[in-house]
Design a protein around this ligand. Structure first.
Ligand code: PHB
Length: 250
């Protein structure tokens, strides 16, 4: 890829432009994009124009741009994540119908839990996860199962970094997280009360591959002091269904 005078590759600049879009910032002017991406204004305008011409960004009548559906289409249709999501959806719907709280599917991505799907009930409690949003591994129930049933190198990498505190209940001492991971492996599930948000408890199980590694995590977010038994039973059944569906497909 050709590099700019600053040493940035074309792909690097495209990614920086696309990364300026967030769940709460979906429409921007090219000048705003340039500022947020740290690109000179002329470069930002050129990159945005190229992306609009390719259909990856859409431009409205006032010259403001948003992420185009073409980008979603290209990124989604051949993605491995889509296969996991499709295998998981029927089981997630059963969990959701039984538990009537948020039901979520996450996979490991760059040392974080990336959420591929979330089903919600109109009466469900608080939940800060979003589809295509991320949560830290040590703090979320999904992250804890991905970490506990993940590679040793992953565990060492995560546990030797500063562990971010999200609430007073977030475990930030590596020794405490190590003990928690041992417990998660022993029990086959993670319960994370208040460590993402004070008001809720995340409950998660791994979807395992043949080698016993987590392919994904299925989770439910409950009100903080709710009983976890029904959710855990529903999640364990769902995880086995997804494991069977993924083995059938492979
Ligand atoms: C969790 O996975 O532990 C979790 C996720 C989202 C929340 C609360 C807990 O809002």
């Amino acid at each position: 890829m050709a590099n700019s005078p600053s040493g940035d590759s074309v792909t690097g600049r495209l990614v920086r432009v696309l990364e300026t879009f967030t769940p709460t910032r979906t429409v921007q002017t090219p000048a705003e994009i340039g500022r947020r991406a740290g690109l000179p204004s002329s470069t930002a305008h050129r990159v945005v124009a190229d992306l609009v011409a390719a259909g990856l960004l859409d431009r409205d009548g006032e010259g403001r741009v948003s992420v185009g559906l073409r980008l979603w289409e290209l990124a989604t249709r051949s993605s491995l994540a889509l296969r996991v999501r499709q295998a998981a959806l029927p089981a997630m719907e059963r969990v959701q119908a039984r538990v009537r709280e948020h039901t979520q599917l996450a996979i490991l991505e760059q040392d974080e839990a990336l959420f591929l799907e979330r089903l919600s009930d109109p009466d469900a409690g608080a939940n800060i996860t979003r589809i295509a949003g991320r949560l830290p591994l040590h703090a979320s129930s999904s992250g804890l199962v991905l970490l506990a049933f993940g590679d040793h190198e992953l565990q060492e990498r995560v546990l030797t970094q500063q562990l971010r505190r999200l609430t007073a209940m977030t475990p930030t001492d590596p020794a405490v997280v190590r003990r928690k991971l041992a417990e998660v492996r022993r029990l086959g599930h993670a319960i994370a009360p208040g460590s993402i948000e004070e008001v809720s408890t995340g409950v998660a199980v791994p979807v395992l591959d043949r080698a016993g590694r987590a392919t994904a995590a299925l989770s439910v977010v409950l009100p903080r002091d709710a009983a976890t038994g029904v959710a855990l039973d529903a999640l364990h059944r769902a995880a086995h269904e997804v494991e069977r569906a993924l083995t059938r497909d492979s």
